[in-house]
Design a protein around this ligand. Sequence first.
Ligand code: PLP
Length: 424
Amino acid sequence: MAPMPNPSLSLWASRLRQNQGIRSLMEDLGQVTGHPDEILLGGGNPAHIPEAEEIFAEAFQTLAKDPKLGALLGDYQAPIGNDRFRSLAAEYLSPHLGYDLKKGNIAFFNGSQNAYSYLLNIHSGKMLDGSFKKILLPIVPEYIGYADQSIEADAFLATDPEVIPTGKHRFRYGLNKTKFDLSKVGCVALSRPTNPTGNILSNKDIEWMEERTKKQNLPLLIDLAYGNPFPNLIGSEEPIHYRDGRTLSLSFSKIGLPGVRLGMVVSDPITIETLSSYAAVGNLAVGNLGVYLMDILFRKDILTNLSKNILRPFYDKKRELALSIFESEFKKHGVEYEIHDPLGGFFLWIRFPNMSVTNHKLYHLCKDKRLFIVSGHYFFPGLNSDFSHTQDCIRLTYCRPEEELARGAHILAEIVASHQTKSE
Ligand SMILES: Cc1ncc(COP(=O)(O)O)c(C=O)c1O
């Protein structure tokens, strides 16, 4: 029997309670027991890289000895950050983002996830003119964390992407220009590199969309959590610059500091002021730790070198290693598979086109063996079609140690092989 609806819950709350995507993923991270058999290929934690951790530890020690520690621990920051930190970020980011940024272009949040929970609601839902506007995700799959951030139901819009074969066992999603329709849209949002696929939308495609969004004065939100200027995991692709009409978000998480919870938004002063109102109501203030750390990392210009000389080489090597480990297990077990070209970020998006079970069932079968992956079905908010990839793709991280990747690949290949429909 279906449970009785709880009369003390709002529509929004009951919708949130049904959402098992980002919550299940983060709860998996939090429920890790430390059992030696656990294989954690699910969550979005960055890798623990000793050289990077040494740099962060040194910055922490500087803060701990600083006479400003009293203020760090004992004073509130302004809702989106004190002016001096916002000015410093504007000055530091200007050359990286190709724009003469001012403090009025900068807002800090307790993680970029926190920023998006406001940003998406600023630009979607019931508008001042009475219309209802949606968030267009121009290519799905797209970041699981956006789904259900809108207070209004049914706020996302997406269409089937182009699926472009790029080689043996490889494919890529492309922008489906024929279905690009802005008539019900309040903003367009994408992550670059894209979590979960590792796709990187070309600047040419972004400019194609921007020609259209500009005509309707619609903001283009570009999430740079894995992108430039840090950690800059964008392979050989061009960086993104700030321009009028764009809202960029940056994060300290994927450089190795997810526990610090610092996200930054770069946008026009009206959007930034609106975010400040939201932040005051929802957060009171951004946390101090992240902005004080940023002060050190930006002043000493540490992140450019960190990204170029430590993070990029580390993740490049890991990606190649993970590809060879997983592909050799798949071949050994006769698994049919396709992998999205991993152009950036640190995930593999893998399709098993011949499975007799859904990706959600596969997730549970893996979890039973203490292997954590993420089912791909969560990554298609707003898509109302029977696109097969919603049922047969998974995401996994390659941030984990080699032996864990190897055990994970073995278990995954065995499970998929035993749940394939016979190929003719
Ligand atoms: C694409 C993308 N955007 C935003 C976030 C949120 O990051 P944070 O809130 O830690 O800055 C993540 C985290 O996994 C992400 O993958």
